[in-house]
Design a protein around this ligand. Structure first.
Ligand SMILES: NC(=O)c1ccc[n+]([C@@H]2O[C@H](COP(=O)([O-])OP(=O)(O)OC[C@H]3O[C@@H](n4cnc5c(N)ncnc54)[C@H](O)[C@@H]3O)[C@@H](O)[C@H]2O)c1
Ligand SMILES: [Zn+2]
Length: 360
């Protein structure tokens, strides 16, 4: 088993990565003394595969978990669903000495984490991420929240889990498109932080696409380690943490202007990262060869690298970008790469230049 620790003083926690970890869920929760009662929040897809083993493990450890199941998909990341979940917790009399298990992908993690952050002003929660994206990105770092009509993740809280269990077996049932979408974040870690990881991905992608656990385990662990390192230095995104948003300014705008659901998050940020690489070439002198390597790797992973926009869509996209939280004082600020493995944040980019790279 691989373990990565997230160092945040008295809110520090462990991320465990291995096959078969779901069986240990109950024992781990008991060991951490998270409380007497608990609820599993999941969606119908993850629940179908994992609610039973999660429930059994918790029962074995002496808990009587309440099961709260939401609809799958981004649409569940909304305030009305938070209200429904909290209503269920209240109905089953979960009190302050209770905790929540987020069992599912990033949608469930963000939603259940926000429920945990706000129900009774905060009760502990454990992340059991079941998508690749959730295992090495969304379950780590404590960003929780839901969407508004006006944009993604506009309501939320920084709230750290007490433990993250990445059971690699969970990835077996993940649809191919979702798995590939998760790889967009994996590639991102290489670009923003670790040229060696990027090169390893170029080499090992075929094995990773086959979900070979021996290859996947160190990659997931390295991504968690990078996220943990970044978050430990800047938990609330006053500086460095912004680098995790590489490709996300355009990516979020794509998700938002096309409506959630047309593009998966990973697909939208693949397009966003390729665009950011092209902006990086123009503004920070990222070598053309590196832009090519980046475009190639996304292609090899079966992810989109560009998007065709008519003028109405383009207008929508720019409106969405201006609403993004990364905009300050009216200017769109980007994370751009100097080279693979090293980025700079807070880079001002003009609308004209963004249009140019999106058109090309
Ligand atoms: N909090 C953060 O720091 C952070 C970071 C990145 C992304 N996010 C958020 O994460 C969300 C995307 O997460 P996601 O990509 O995991 O999507 P998701 O949670 O929607 O999961 C993708 C799909 O796979 C299903 N599923 C989950 N696990 C499965 C399994 N093991 N087998 C079969 N099906 C399974 C889900 O029901 C869903 O249909 C977005 O809302 C994004 O904003 C948050
Ligand atoms: Zn992301």
């Amino acid at each position: 088993m691989r373990t990565v620790s997230v160092q945040l003083g008295n809110r520090s926690y462990m991320i465990r990565i291995a096959p078969g970890l779901l069986k240990q869920l109950g024992g781990e929760c008991a060991r951490l003394q998270l409380g007497d009662r608990c609820a599993i929040i999941t969606d119908t897809n993850a629940g179908k595969h994992f609610a039973k083993p999660a429930h059994e493990s918790l029962v074995k450890a002496g808990f009587e978990p309440v099961l709260v199941t939401v609809q799958p998909g981004e649409k569940s990341k909304r305030i009305s669903v938070v209200e429904k979940c909290c209503g269920q917790l209240a109905l089953h009399r979960l009190e302050r000495k209770s905790f929540i298990i987020a069992l599912g992908g990033g949608v469930v993690g963000d939603l259940a984490g926000f429920v945990a952050a706000t129900y009774l002003r905060g009760i502990p929660f454990v992340q059991v991420p079941t998508t690749l994206l959730a295992q090495m990105d969304s379950s780590v770092g404590g960003k929780t929240g839901v969407n508004l009509r006006a944009g993604k993740n506009l309501v939320g809280a920084f709230y750290q889990p007490r433990l993250v269990l990445c059971d690699l077996d969970a990835l077996r049932t993940l649809p191919e498109r979702e798995f590939r979408a998760g790889l967009a974040e994996v590639i991102k870690y290489g670009i923003i932080y670790d040229a060696k990881l990027f090169a390893q991905l170029e080499r090992d992608l075929p094995k990773i696409l086959k979900r070979d656990q021996k290859t996947l385990a160190p990659v997931v662990a390295r991504c968690c380690e990078i996220k943990a390192e970044v978050v430990a230095q800047d938990e609330t995104e006053s500086g460095l943490r912004a680098i995790l948003n590489f490709g996300h300014t355009i990516g979020h705008a794509i998700e938002n202007s096309f409506g959630y659901g047309k593009f998966l998050h990973g697909e939208a940020i693949a397009i966003g990262q390729v665009a950011a690489a092209k902006l990086s070439q123009k503004i920070l002198g990222l070598p053309e060869r590196d832009v090519g390597r980046i475009e190639n790797l996304f292609g090899q992973a079966g992810l989109p690298a560009r998007i065709n926009l008519n003028s109405a869509r383009r207008k929508n996209l720019f409106t969405a970008m201006r609403l993004d939280k990364k905009v300050s004082g009216g200017e769109v600020k980007f994370v751009l790469a100097e080279k693979i493995g090293k980025v700079a944040w807070g880079q001002k980019v003009s609308a004209a230049m963004i249009e140019e790279v999106l058109a090309g």
